[in-house]
Design a binder for this molecule. Structure first.
Ligand SMILES: Cc1cc2nc3c(=O)[nH]c(=O)nc-3n(C[C@H](O)[C@H](O)[C@H](O)COP(=O)(O)OP(=O)(O)OC[C@H]3O[C@@H](n4cnc5c(N)ncnc54)[C@H](O)[C@@H]3O)c2cc1C
Length: 317
């Protein structure tokens, strides 16, 4: 960002304040008038403007809107996360997952499991020591050490679920900071199981000697030696995917101030403008109507480009 969009904005005359946290969008006569913020040193910063664009991400944007007194019930609801985990395959030869293009595999064969566009993506996991360590099962120090030593021979298959109806919310605590709650629905859990099975097939086809999920109590099979994809699937279903069972992560946060055609179902209108406060726009992943089902950066850039273009033409009027 510092080398691209922010550079362009600066060249076009934008003033940029770093280390400043937006606390509240101000308003007068039913319109947004600016932002109240606090600097890293604790100084109050006030910006007055003809329009305000909230782009603090899908956890902080709804918190900012709530701190600013917006009451639309869709603010902070419908949080989508693309719940993700990985399957690790142990190969005979070094894989060195930290070398070269790290996200070069992309499988969308399971992306539409029920005919409604919802399913699972499989992608290459960047198996760097720092990233990989988060997904290596923890049974204790010695087994963890052995698994980390195996990391250079491990391939990682990311399993990424396009979540449909899991319940995700962002509220604010008494200090105005976001409080996130998220629970996988039965529908999305089933897709996660199918993704884990698909990822195991990829690892087996690649020649892995051992295939494992990220369950904290190790769960896997050794192709041709011990177990099979079928026994592995049965073990996953028996063990379950509930909270605390395996390493689940989210890199894609969306939908918590979603865009739509009515204030009954959405937080912002199709131009990104808050239904509750004209002059306040949302331009980040929180405006997604649903989970995108693909890595979201390009879609965020596209939607916010539209929002910015429309806002610029309004301000020019
Ligand atoms: C490790 C990792 C790898 C990823 N890889 C990919 C990928 O390969 N492809 C892809 O498409 N996506 C990828 N993503 C996802 C992508 O980075 C995010 O979806 C995207 O950056 C979200 O954009 P955003 O504008 O919604 O929020 P963000 O990028 O999170 O921007 C929000 C900004 O607001 C600032 N902020 C928050 N609160 C305040 C406040 N109160 N006041 C002032 N500033 C505030 C934050 O510091 C942040 O800079 C990855 C994410 C991670 C974490």
């Amino acid at each position: 960002m510092t080398k691209t969009w922010l550079e362009d904005a600066y060249a076009a005359g934008a003033r940029i304040y770093t280390g400043v946290t937006a606390r509240r969008v101000t308003s007068a006569r039913g319109r947004a008038t600016g932002v109240e913020a606090v600097s890293a040193e604790g100084h109050r910063v006030v910006v007055r403007s003809r329009a305000v664009v909230a782009a603090a991400g899908a956890l902080q944007t709804p918190a900012l809107l709530k701190r600013s007194g917006l009451a639309n019930p869709n603010i902070g609801r419908h949080l989508r996360l693309h719940p993700a985990t990985a399957v690790l395959g142990l190969m005979d030869e070094p894989v060195d997952g930290w070398v070269g293009s790290m996200q070069s595999r992309y499988v969308d064969a399971l992306a539409d499991l029920d005919g409604d566009g919802y399913g699972v993506l499989l992608e290459t996991a960047p198996v760097t020591p720092a990233f990989g360590a988060n997904f290596v099962p923890w049974e204790g120090a010695a087994p963890f050490h052995r698994r980390m030593a195996d990391l250079r021979r491990s391939l990682g298959v990311v399993v990424l679920v396009r979540d449909r109806d899991s319940v995700g919310t962002v509220d604010v605590d008494r200090t105005g900071e976001p409080v996130v709650r998220y629970r996988l629905s039965a529908h999305d859990t089933e897709h996660l199981v199918q993704g884990l099975v698909g990822a195991a097939r990829v690892a087996e086809a690649a020649g892995a000697r051992r295939v494992e999920t990220t369950h904290h109590l190790p769960l896997g099979f050794e192709p041709g030696v011990r177990g099979s994809v079928a026994s592995y699937e049965a073990d996953i279903r028996a063990r379950g995917l509930g909270p605390g069972r395996l390493a689940l992560a989210s890199l894609h946060l969306m939908g918590s101030a979603r865009m739509g055609g009515s204030p009954v179902t959405s937080a912002v209108d199709p131009d990104g403008q808050a239904w509750d406060l004209p002059g306040l726009y949302v331009a980040d992943g929180s405006c997604f109507p649903t989970a995108s089902g693909v890595n979201p950066m390009i879609s965020i850039g596209s939607i916010t480009h539209l929002t910015a273009s429309r806002l610029a033409s309004r301000l020019a009027d």
